[in-house]
Design a protein around this ligand. Structure first.
Ligand SMILES: [Zn+2]
Length: 435
């Protein structure tokens, strides 16, 4: 809005259309028909224009973390929601799949939405994300969410059948965790004497990036966790909240945890993408969970350059993390253990086996880890092990189903997982031989 009253501004095109007589319109139609038939104009693609009585009034994407979309109506009334891809620089890779929209429609209306543009390209290979998109979440207030299954149709088509409980309904891929949620979380932490916040740099668009330390800097062991390298994957933020709240509780067990280790978290790497509803890449088209096998480009990936600088400082101060987890969402939920050519790979694999066993013991984790042939070069897990000798791995969380709970994922379940990680880390460091 620019302060001008829109209703008073003359709308020339509408007025002109009004003044065209029916005869003139017929004449225009005839001229167009002639132009198409003689080949001087390309024939328009036939499309169906929605009847004005369609129960969907509007798809609102004006809010924080909303996914950019455009939409149209199919002849049977299905609303075709076209997601927008974000693209990787210098690569065929592209990603769509973040969904966060608000439907405005008649209460009680039955809507059928079909999500388009799920043909992602990942590591140079085409693959539809439709196979992974088995559930979505809905909410009337954007706070209390409910999982709903999607319907898979041939040709990688995904539909969602809904009945509007009121006049507005949010639909999202996973329970959203927005920049404002992070700000509220960090604001509450700032006054806690057990937390130290370090500003480490800024995103492409200038948003501040931080690493928070939970616990005592002098603890014998250090864990690092990062979330939201990929903007749509909100699960990692809920896990970090659960872990941090558990560590800060004033009980005997929390004191025990904090004595054995402290935790460093970079809670949201791709803040620009989260704020503006992107799916994967940063605003210079860089994948923040790639290229960790070489120094980060401070212009193109300032989010990674800032973290690399922080890590280098920690290493120089003899404070390198002993364990690092990079948190993600996908349709599999496995622990990704990469195998770069490092001399101590067997020691690393043994430790990752201990970690996996403890995850199975203390949390609902049942998904297992990647095979012996797995290597995903340049992920934080792979790169930190290769370049810095840090035991690091990517931990995916299934965004459709939690097999260990036989339930849909939710913020509540992911927070509970984070709480249990506190025990996992305690036992993990307890099991390692002292060096
Ligand atoms: Zn990811």
């Amino acid at each position: 809005m620019n302060g001008e009253d829109e209703s008073k501004r003359p709308c020339v095109s509408v007025h002109r259309r009004h003044y065209l007589s029916d005869h003139m319109k017929t004449a225009v139609d005839l001229l167009l028909l002639l132009a198409f038939s003689t080949g001087s104009l390309a024939a328009p693609v036939s499309s169906f224009v929605a009847p004005t009585n369609h129960p969907l009034e509007f798809i609102d994407t004006s809010f924080e973390n909303a996914s950019p979309v455009w939409y149209e109506f199919a002849a049977d009334g299905t609303v075709l929601v076209h997601l927008l891809y974000d693209h990787e620089r210098g690569s065929p890779n592209r990603a769509a799949g973040h969904i966060h929209i608000k439907l405005h429609a008649k209460p009680g209306a039955r809507l059928n939405l079909e999500f388009k543009n799920l043909d992602n390209v990942w590591n140079g290979i085409s693959g539809s994300v439709a196979r992974e998109l088995k559930t979505l979440v809905i909410s009337e207030d954007g706070r209390r969410w409910k999982s709903v299954p999607t319907e898979s149709l041939p040709e990688n088509r995904i539909q969602l059948h809904l009945e509007m409980p009121g006049s507005q309904l949010y639909v999202a891929r996973v329970e959203p965790y927005r920049l404002s949620d992070l700000d509220a979380f960090l604001t509450a932490l700032r006054t806690n004497g057990l937390v130290q916040m370090t500003r480490i740099g800024t995103t492409v668009q200038g948003r501040e990036l931080e690493v928070a330390r939970i616990g005592h800097a002098g603890a014998a062991n250090r864990v690092f966790l990062r979330a939201r390298a990929h903007a749509w994957e909100a699960g990692g933020n809920w896990i970090i909240e659960g872990l941090v709240h558990r560590l800060l509780r004033e009980d005997e067990e929390a004191r025990k945890f904090r004595k054995r280790y402290c935790v460093y978290v970079m809670p949201m790497a791709n803040k620009d993408g989260v704020a503006l509803g992107r799916t994967r890449f940063n605003f210079q088209g860089k994948d923040l969970n790639r290229n960790w096998d070489k120094p980060a480009d401070p212009q193109l990936a300032p989010e990674n350059a800032a973290l690399e600088k922080w890590l280098t400082g920690m290493i120089q101060a003899d404070q390198a993390p002993h364990l690092a987890l990079e948190l993600h969402n996908d349709g599999g939920g496995r622990l990704h253990i990469s195998r770069p050519p490092v001399p101590n790979i067997e020691r690393h694999l043994k430790r990752m086996a201990v970690l996996e066993e403890l995850l199975r013991k203390h949390t609902w984790f049942t998904e297992g880890s990647t095979t012996a042939a797995f290597r995903n070069s340049g992920t934080l897990g792979d790169g930190w092990l290769e370049r810095y000798g840090i035991d690091a791995a990517v931990h995916e969380f299934n965004c459709n189903w939690i097999a260990g709970l036989k339930d849909y994922p939710s913020a509540k379940h992911w927070q509970a997982y984070g709480e249990k990680l506190a025990t996992v880390f305690y036992d993990y460091f307890g099991s390692l031989p002292s060096e």
